[in-house]
Write a protein that binds this ligand. Sequence first.
Ligand code: CTP
Length: 402
Amino acid sequence: MITSKKILVCVTGGIAVYKAVALVSKLTQAGAEVKVMMTPSAMEFVTPLSFQAMSRNDVYYDTFDEKNSQVIAHIDLADWADLVLVAPATANTIAKLANGIADNMVTTTLLATKADVWIAPAMNVHMYDHPAVKRNIEQLSKDGYSFIEPSEGFLACGYVGKGRLEEPEKIVQLVETHFSPKELPLKGKKVVVTAGPTREKLDPVRFLTNFSSGKMGYAMAEAASKLGAETILISGPVAIKAPQNVKLVNVESTEDMFLAVLNHFETASIVVKTAAVADYKAKEIHPQKMKKKEGEVTIALEKTTDILSELGKRKTSQILVGFAAETNDVVHYAKGKLKKKNADYIIANDVTEEGSGFGTETNAVTLVGKNDIDIHFPQTSKKELALQLFRMIIELEKDETL
Ligand code: CTP
């Protein structure tokens, strides 16, 4: 899987340099083309010759030693790499990179490359725990760098703790997964996901709504996009950030949501109605702020449009997926909704279960579908659950429209 992938291994100065020799050897054996760059301190531990033998390539360590007059080596290597591994990465190199310092060939090349850079720290456990190191790692994570966390165990300094360079076999495995072809079963398909609550105005300053956080819907949108779909996320007001690569359409009322869904319905392959839509709206929205009065107040409510039912009436080849929050007889009620709304699947969750439902990071659900299907998905993160649900629906639909 990594045959002919170009990997630049930047070796910085710590005792774990000896493990970087094994890493380079294993990457080369796996078929990658590997070039090695060293900092001056790395060369105090192991000479470039070891890396040259393992990579079967020249080793680079001097910014001013230009071996080929046709190119500038650090820029050439920065452009050449498909992936840059900084292994081991010392606290010093991490600090320099976090601050944009380019004072040796490794740090200069790291600033020049557009390739993905993975940093594998290795240091004493207290150094790894130091607030400055933590701050620098956090900064680099924000800047888009990935980290291969050090493992725990005996450290060369005598301590036992977190700080060992991750094992070369494990790093090679991560590299292989990174380059393996991604499974994109929804490529070329359009998926519409609704999420969050809707808001129904009572007057210019008040509205009816519910506790939906939008987390499950946003996870569904992220999963659809990860599986290759063009994803439209139609969202009521929530406090979370939209996933990358999805088209976000913000709405407030049920009516807005209905119109936004209809805009995309005809060309959609799958519509997932995760939103906790308000079932009722005020019969009349007061144009001015309602003033306090003596005694009781009654607000007349009327039903909102049931978006899922309306889509159920209009659907042609679209796969319609609804959600249902239940407190008892989950499968029974979900089957009722499936039929009543002419949906293909209802994802039902028991909101009385701990770790399920509104606002939580996790969820456990039952997928109820046509042909009397009911499949339980045990509690896991909403993001993971969303992927499992899409994969299951794709599997169940593989002989039909998908
Ligand atoms: N739904 C909708 N439009 C509405 C109400 C609900 O599209 N006006 C959708 C939701 O997005 C969800 C499913 O229908 O996919 C939920 O069904 P619903 O019957 O509204 O569930 P509950 O509100 O839980 O119903 P009940 O109170 O009857 O149990």
